[in-house]
Ligand binder design. Structure first.
Ligand SMILES: Nc1ncnc2c1ncn2[C@@H]1O[C@H](COP(=O)(O)OP(=O)(O)O)[C@@H](O)[C@H]1O
Ligand SMILES: [Mg+2]
Length: 467
């Protein structure tokens, strides 16, 4: 028998009977600290030595008698023998510094039990399921990260989870990528989804006409006349009717004169531009409605509005019209939707975001703002966010902006975000309580998450097979 084998068997020996037996579990669990040693504790940070490479973001438990302190590795360095890591206190702390007999060992991140149906989002670095209760995902959520980092994928994971939980969901899709998901119906705005003038509303029409370059005075005349028209006429109003009104000089108090002419001519050309978006219906037959969409999803389900065919002004107008509908809806509805704003920075105005966020608690509307440009989000949104999902962000400036949420110190956020594995994000907020969890979103195997992105260059046949 070789020396190693002997040594191994002697490990399993019990009472000298020489019977090899597997070690029992408590014995195996005992050396929990896995060679970790507390080197020092300063401020709210511990310095810990590791016999193996520490992982940024991993959780440590410090135990001293009945006291327990949760820490998170936020910095590490390799030394001649072993590694040293800095870990920050997370969660409740009585402010008392631990003494020398404190034990420190790896643990799994504490995932709070939150009310509502469990929504499976993925796994932690340690491989545990991350399934916050639906309630934890309500109100204001922000998903940020560089292009291709996995933001939309996570949004789809959340969306599918919400649909399964029976929640009504709306998506503003700018990349035609939600159409392939099961149970998501897509409407292409400007093609098979058009709205009447009344349903779009004065504000949204104004937003679009302004973006098309309508001067402020002409806009004012337009708004005044249109508001009056809404009162005078109860029937359907189409885009052609507005154009005729401009042709007939109706948007100026007097119908002749240089000023009247200029205002009506300006409005006419901008209304033609509006017509070209395809978003405004010409007749009731052509018109869809938000109310109809709401009926489809009220008892659970999702509708995605494909905005890919619209210009930026048209997208802004559409978002504005939708917001107006939603704010009116919640006044009479008990159920309220979850709304996903893909690439929010492209078309939701800071005022629109503000309105959603500041009224979120009153309206109950849940928003997901998904963007690769966090600096385009007003600071107030970050501070009001209930959850933040931060993917890879190469620009330090962006990370610093996100840190304004106050959910985590800037230095830790910088370190943790830079060390994220592929497709992983840092989840912070209601769903994680005080611990920033490194989340690996569910890969959604077997689900078509790519939608209908069109490419000019085809893939070789073998790559099509494997992708
Ligand atoms: N967790 C994941 N598991 C598997 N594939 C993923 C995951 N996250 C992203 N991907 C894939 O990576 C690509 C880019 O992801 P996407 O979410 O669209 O990025 P972003 O919205 O941040 O630009 C997509 O093809 C997507 O399917
Ligand atoms: Mg995306």
């Amino acid at each position: 028998m070789r020396a190693e084998e002997k040594a191994l068997i002697s490990l399993f020996e019990e009472g000298g009977r020489g019977e090899p037996r597997p070690p029992d579990l408590p014995a195996k669990r005992k050396p929990l600290n896995q060679g970790l040693t507390l080197l020092s504790f300063q401020g709210d940070e511990a310095l810990v030595s590791f016999p193996r490479p520490p992982r940024l973001g991993e959780a440590l438990l410090l135990r001293e008698g009945p006291r327990k302190l949760l820490l998170q590795v936020v910095w590490a360095k390799a030394e001649e023998r072993g590694w040293v890591a800095r870990a920050k206190v997370r969660g409740p702390w009585d402010g008392i510094l631990p003494g020398w007999d404190a034990e420190i060992f790896p643990t799994s991140p504490p995932i709070p039990e939150t009310p509502g149906p469990k929504i499976f989002l993925g796994r932690t670095l340690e491989g545990e399921e991350f399934s916050p209760g639906g309630r934890a995902l309500e109100k204001v959520n922000v998903i940020v990260g560089a292009k291709g980092s996995g933001k939309s994928h996570l949004a789809k994971v959340i969306l599918l989870g919400l649909i399964r939980a029976g929640a009504p969901c709306l998506v503003l899709d700018v990349n035609r990528e939600y159409g392939g998901l099961p149970e998501v119906r897509t409407y292409s705005v400007g093609r098979n989804f058009k709205l009447g003038v009344r349903e779009i509303g004065v504000e949204a029409l104004s937003v679009m006409l302004e973006a098309f370059g309508t001067p402020a005075t002409s806009l004012l005349y337009f708004e005044t006349r249109l508001s009056k028209l809404f009162q005078e006429k109860k029937e359907f109003i189409g885009i052609d009717e507005l154009i005729s009104m401009a042709e007939e000089g109706e948007f100026y108090p007097t119908q002749s004169g240089y000023a009247a002419d200029a205002v009506n001519r300006t409005l006419r050309s901008r209304l033609e531009a509006l017509k070209l978006t395809g978003m405004v219906a010409r007749s009731p037959l052509e018109a869809s409605s938000f109310t109809g969409v709401w009926k489809e999803i009220r008892e659970g389900g999702a509708v995605a509005f494909d905005l890919s065919g619209l210009s930026t002004p048209a997208r802004m107008g559409f978002a504005q019209a939708l917001l107006r509908f939603l704010f009116a809806l919640v006044e009479e509805e008990e159920k309220v939707p979850f709304v996903f704003f893909e690439e929010a920075h492209l078309y939701v105005t800071p005022q629109g975001i503000d309105a959603l966020v500041t009224r979120a608690r009153h309206t109950g509307i849940t928003s997901f703002f998904i963007t690769n440009t966090p600096t385009a989000l007003p600071e107030g949104v970050l501070r009001a966010a209930d959850n933040l999902f931060v993917f890879r962000l190469p620009l330090e400036e962006d990370i610093k902006w996100v840190a304004k949420s106050g959910m985590i110190e800037e230095s830790s956020l910088l370190a943790l975000v830079q060390a994220l594995p592929k497709y992983a994000c840092l989840a912070l907020g209601e769903a994680t309580e005080t611990y920033p969890v490194v989340l690996l979103p569910d890969p959604l195997l077997g689900v078509d998450t790519r939608g209908k992105t069109r490419y000019f260059f085809a893939l070789p046949a073998n790559e099509v097979q494997s992708s």
